[in-house]
Design a protein around this ligand. Sequence first.
Ligand SMILES: Cc1cc2nc3c(=O)[nH]c(=O)nc-3n(C[C@H](O)[C@H](O)[C@H](O)COP(=O)(O)OP(=O)(O)OC[C@H]3O[C@@H](n4cnc5c(N)ncnc54)[C@H](O)[C@@H]3O)c2cc1C
Length: 519
Amino acid sequence: MQQEINIVLSPEEAVSEESIKKASALALEIPIKEISAIKKIRRSIDARSRFPKIQLRLLVYTQSETPVEDHYSIDYPDVSGKPPVIIIGAGPAGLFAALQLIELGLKPIILERGKDVKSRRRDLAALNKEHIVNPESNYCFGEGGAGTYSDGKLYTRSTKRGDVQKILTTFVAHGASEDILIDAHPHIGTNKLPNIIVNIRESILKTGAEVHFNTKVTDFILKDKKIKGVICNEKEFIADHVILATGHSSRDIFELLHKKNILIEAKPFAMGVRVEHQQSLIDAIQYRNPVRNPLLPPAAYSLVHQVNGRGVFSFCMCPGGIIAPCATAPGEVVTNGWSPSKRNNPYSNSGIVVQIDLPDLQKYTSHGAFAGLRYQQELEQMAFTAGGKTLTAPAQRLVDFSIDKNSADLPDVSYQPGVITSPLHEWLPPAIGKRLQTAFIEFGKKMKGYYTNEAVIVGVESRTSSPVRIPRNPETFEHVEIEGLYPCAEGAGYAGGIVSAAIDGQKCAEAIALKVKLK
Ligand SMILES: Cc1cc2nc3c(=O)[nH]c(=O)nc-3n(C[C@H](O)[C@H](O)[C@H](O)COP(=O)(O)OP(=O)(O)OC[C@H]3O[C@@H](n4cnc5c(N)ncnc54)[C@H](O)[C@@H]3O)c2cc1C
């Protein structure tokens, strides 16, 4: 017999199997010896009091029953001679679309402009150390996409638990820790993600599917409003179905669609700065204790405040993380963040961004669908200029910024290309800068100690989501004008984050399989 229960324990008790057993017996009002096994199905932290608690949801087995052992490995069928589907982009959307197509008996051909995940490392080192941006291989482009050298947070606002579970178990099947299946806020970490991506690629290749690196799609082959394939410089790839999963930074794809009169639209997005605190300060605030219990993870936070009708919110918070240079072309400074699996760097960073709605793009309306993108580009170029025209990022102490004061100096910051003091309060567009100033003061009221001049803001956080939507039919998932073209995930405006992008990839694959079967 098995029963599902919830128990609440101290961090010390939560790591002791004996304590968990005792608490389970108490909750079920049975003798301990009747418990034959316990399986954890959910783990979360309740840090609302000075003494944080661990909440566990358990399946408790009695009467000698034990859980069936979990097997996560997946047997993918051979798809060598099956109908081909082109996938542009090997980010989470592209990779998970490929696995789903294989499960459904179709042959994915992945075309990726960047390098394989290991070769990408050299280009990241060049970004960090030499300020060199390779427009084909960087923090956003290359195998695994933008999520590879990230914190690997796997939480999503998607309520479709079934879909999320499949993504998580697929990660586990390819080498992620089983902890991600039970943690309320699972994450993988930059050090572990690359190997998982390699394993996913191997699963794909074993089935007879294809993965092509250094293969940038430069044109679409179209006939009578139907897609027939794509061109990568000189080479053609032919297929009746093309998944376009190129991410939010593939500006040349947006330009190409526009040039070919394929409908794209401006969409709301968000921009702001990255803020960095000492992790020990965030721990002290969140756990209400000057020293973090080592059994508790480095603390995260999530903040939001409305200022003059627009949301200002924290985005992609990285406890124990590093601020990364995420430009995809020379002449721009773009930040984001990553953390290793242990989140054990002394810094904590987070994007603090302002919601940008279409009415905020008045100045850019002449750019049509590119209105938001031009605003985004302009802000990134302003940061580049303020930083001294290298990848050195403009930065300012948090309180100084909020009270319009220049910072004479800066504390140490994790951003490896370096920072330079800059009056962000002067050059950030007021619609962003003024709202950030108000929000930081309010955040300081919600988290006592957060509003400190020991914290630094680093400009700019501009790639939170795509400023462009590639519209698709909500039922067939095809582009509203082009048959066989499937705009997918973050770049098309249908996802934000690793898990939701992966789910959208799967959905596009399912839509294609349905169409192929109906033919
Ligand atoms: C530093 C960093 C940290 C992040 N941390 C997290 C996190 O912790 N958790 C989270 O959920 N999300 C995080 N994100 C966001 C997350 O990575 C994205 O939401 C997700 O990767 C989007 O997936 P995607 O497949 O839609 O697009 P992408 O991952 O952007 O993949 C698109 C792929 O398409 C390729 N491509 C583009 N144009 C072409 C072309 N013309 N031809 C061929 N290939 C092309 C690109 O090279 C890229 O590999 C982070 C992002 C960054 C940059």
